[in-house]
Design a protein around this ligand. Structure first.
Ligand code: HEC
Ligand SMILES: [Cu+2]
Length: 433
């Protein structure tokens, strides 16, 4: 299931990127373009020839914040954070919002100087977009810098649930060259402190900051949450070159920089001290997962041309990208199929993350139905098939077996299970009368 999320992300970024590139030749280079006078929200009413067109949907999804730990997230394009929007100064941008949430929503373009009727504040600049509704935003990308987009409806709830993403405007003429650029979106959700949608140690999978000795890199930090995050880097000073997308006339040299809610901070880091250096929020409760240290907002700056203790440890571990594969190691040595099925069920990252079975330790997930009496319940779900077939099919093709009252659809996991594992799981579940 992890792979599916990643593939979705890559396809989307690819799509955005090609739009961005395609639009470059059209770039007028100036933010002062006369817009049409048609009604706001209607595609083509303000300009008919956007350089960049992006579709954003708003959905409720289950997100894997840590391996095997799923939380409910309200997300743009089923990603938490939403896709990074990256355009050039002066480009004409059209964004089509589709609201699949159970309540009204809008999008606000945080920090951008755009026409008032595109600002996305319901009741002030536009009507709220109802469930099932669509709305189109059109504006010219103003001055370059790091900013974000986020919901502006029922904001306390919707922003806390994850409805935000980075909005980066590049200068029409390239300026400083960086070896690499990173964007870090900071947020708090359901007891987790996240960077780009994950908490430590999962942050190291997607947000490891890599550089080589002598490189200069840019790190853009965006605080989409409701708490301050003083981000501290070991072994280096860094330069604060932009605040809220505005260049600093005299960059500050520091090693800890607070980022307030709503603020964006760009820092330059020089590759001057090889190693693997931690980079973390210095409010230490923010370096926990549901109160457990270490977790949360903990990252590392890792030199590619240097082998540290961290690199040796990572090489020594064969990290499996398939969370179900870890059940091999934790499986009970017993040959009893029910016991083996239970081991697969409670293996890290599997069924137990979403389902509860009373009396089975570690199975307390609430995303999907309680399966304590599934052997009996299954018989009453679909009369045309046996309980065994019902259980087998709900694992094999979950989307065909939607249970009323659950927002989430169970991910299709059968491809990650061996035939034997599937058989054992069925035995185990049938044994729960
Ligand atoms: C990401 C969360 C998630 C994971 C992981 C997950 N499920 Fe589910 N499961 C659900 C949800 C949600 C439903 C409700 C059905 C639906 O609407 O798709 C469900 C439904 C079911 C049902 C039918 C229950 C009923 O009351 O009819 C069975 C059986 C089941 N899951 C077994 C499993 C097994 C076995 C695994 C591990 C291989 C697993 N699930 C992993 C979320 C999950
Ligand atoms: Cu913090």
């Amino acid at each position: 299931m992890e792979t599916r999320v990643l593939i979705g992300l890559t396809v989307l970024i690819g799509a955005l990127f090609s739009f961005g590139i395609a639009g470059c030749s059209e770039n007028s280079g100036t933010a002062q373009v006369e817009l049409g006078t048609g009604p706001a929200g209607v595609p083509g009413s303000r300009f008919t020839d956007p350089d960049v067109e992006i579709d954003l949907s708003a959905d409720i999804i289950q997100w894997e914040v840590l391996d095997g730990e799923f939380i409910e997230v309200w997300a743009y394009n089923r990603q938490y954070p939403g896709p990074e929007i990256r355009v050039k100064e002066g480009q004409k941008i059209r964004i089509n919002l589709t609201n699949n949430l159970p309540e009204a929503t809008t999008i606000h373009w945080h920090g951008l100087e755009i026409p008032n009727d595109q600002d996305g504040v319901p009741g002030f600049t536009q009507p709220a977009v109802p469930p099932g509704g669509i709305w189109t935003y059109e504006f010219v990308a103003p001055k370059p810098g790091t900013s974000m987009y986020h919901t502006h409806s029922n904001t306390v709830r919707q922003l806390s649930k994850g409805m935000f993403g980075a909005f980066i405007i590049d200068p029409s003429e390239p300026q400083t060259e960086y070896a690499r650029e990173y964007t870090l979106l900071l947020h708090e959700i359901s007891g987790f402190y996240t960077v780009n949608g994950h908490s430590f140690p999962k942050t190291l999978e997607n947000s490891l900051l890599e550089l080589a000795s002598g490189d200069k890199i840019l790190v853009r930090m965006i605080n989409a949450g409701q708490e301050h995050h003083p981000m501290h880097l070991h072994g280096h000073q860094f330069r604060v070159v932009q605040l809220d997308g505005n260049p600093m006339p005299a960059p500050l040299t520091v090693n800890t920089q607070d980022i307030a809610p709503g603020q964006t901070v760009d820092v330059e880091i020089d590759g001057s001290n090889p190693g693997t250096w931690v980079f973390h929020c210095h409010i230490l409760p923010h370096v926990t997962n549901k109160g457990q240290y270490p977790g949360g907002m903990l990252l590392a700056l890792d030199y590619t041309d240097h082998t540290s203790y961290f690199d040796e440890q990572a090489a020594a571990q064969s990290v499996s990208p398939n969370p179900l594969a870890t059940t091999e190691a934790t499986r009970s040595p017993s040959t009893d199929p029910v016991a083996q099925g239970q081991a697969v069920f409670t293996g890290s990252g599997t069924c137990a993350a979403c389902h509860t079975i009373e009396g089975v330790s570690g199975a307390a997930g609430t995303v999907g139905p309680n399966l304590t009496h599934i052997g009996t319940v299954a018989a009453s779900r679909k009369e045309s098939i046996s309980a065994e077939e019902y259980i087998r099919e709900s694992i094999r093709s979950p989307s065909a077996f939607v249970v009323a009252g659950f927002n989430a659809v169970m991910p299709s996991l059968s491809a990650a299970l061996t035939t034997e594992e599937l058989d054992n799981l069925v035995e185990f579940l049938l044994s729960r009368k």
